[in-house]
Design a protein around this ligand. Structure first.
Ligand code: ZN
Ligand code: MN
Length: 304
């Protein structure tokens, strides 16, 4: 017995709130109908395949940027393209170095070319805005170059209605959050590799991928003000982390995640003229606001 074909609805496939947020989970016709609205925004997460010490998985940067992208997309009605799962070469002063086992990187030309192809492809098919959400420190300028070349390919000038936003998610961590997450002082984003930010976010989002029993406490790396090539391998701490994950916990991760997602969604929505939906309450996860509802200030309280 055959079932009747789906009849046309007022809501095109892919646009209602139950539709998949990952583009890869949509069928081609739902995708086509979605971009036909002329208002489609695609978020491309960018990560790396990179060692993150003995306690975090190699895919950490792509895992985190994708999780943030999915949450932001749900808030602003965007969709998430498949992440860049490899990134530009890890550098000693920001990722421990490209010489370390577990780090497999792309040359700059490959990052630029990949970014250029993706941006050109989505915009040429009618996507209106692209947000590249970077989660690997070393990627940034090469993502920028790929975007710039794509816009030149398409002949899009400064008056174009279509646009690309490029950002690194840690730039959205507020001063207030920093003070809570780093009570002893913030070491700087460049040496936040395998440290408290990434470890806490992973403990919140994917605790089964973190083994705190293998985390090692050590002082932050002290690196010279120059780059020396080839690298002097001994300058990278033996763990591969540039700062230790001491004090990481899921509660800090939840604070980081929810604050970054809220501020990032608000900024992107304001820039692109989109509406922001209230945060969905994920099953099994209390929101920070809910957890803090009983406190007089309504503010997040750190664990002692
Ligand atoms: Zn990382
Ligand atoms: Mn990285």
């Amino acid at each position: 017995m055959s079932t009747p074909l789906a009849t046309a609805t007022t809501t095109p496939p892919g646009t209602d709130s139950t539709a998949p947020v990952r583009l890869a989970h949509l069928d081609a016709h739902a995708y086509r109908d979605w971009i036909a609205s002329g208002q489609a925004t695609v978020i491309i997460p960018a990560g790396a395949f990179e060692q993150h010490g003995p306690h975090l998985p190699l895919g950490t940067d792509a895992i985190l940027s994708t999780a943030i992208a999915e949450a932001v997309a749900a808030r602003i009605g965007a969709k998430v393209a498949e992440p860049l799962s490899y990134g530009y070469k890890s550098q000693q002063k920001s990722g421990g170095g490209n010489h370390l086992a577990g780090t497999i990187s792309l040359d700059a030309a490959a990052v630029i070319a990949t970014t250029r192809c993706l941006v050109t492809g989505f915009l040429a098919q009618g996507v209106r805005h692209i947000v590249i959400l970077n989660g690997h420190y070393e990627n940034y300028q090469f993502l920028y170059e790929g975007v710039d070349l794509a816009l030149r390919d398409l002949g899009l000038g400064s008056d174009a209605e279509r646009s690309v936003l490029l950002l690194s998610y840690w730039d959205f961590v507020s001063e207030q959050t920093l003070a809570t997450v780093y009570p002893a002082g913030f070491p700087g984003w460049d040496i936040e590799h395998g440290g408290v930010l990434e470890t806490s976010l992973m403990l919140h989002l994917n605790p089964g991928m973190v083994d705190m029993g293998r985390a090692v406490s050590h002082p932050p790396a002290i690196l010279p003000r120059f780059d020396r090539l080839p690298v002097v391998a001994a300058r990278t701490p033996a763990t591969g982390c540039l700062s230790a994950p001491d004090g990481s916990d899921a509660q800090k991760g939840r604070l980081l995640f929810e604050q970054v997602v809220a501020d990032l969604a608000a900024d992107v929505a304001a820039e692109l003229g989109a509406d922001v939906r209230p945060a969905a309450a994920p099953a099994g996860r209390e929101s920070v606001a809910h957890a803090a509802a009983g406190t007089p200030s309504g503010q997040f309280l750190p664990t002692p």
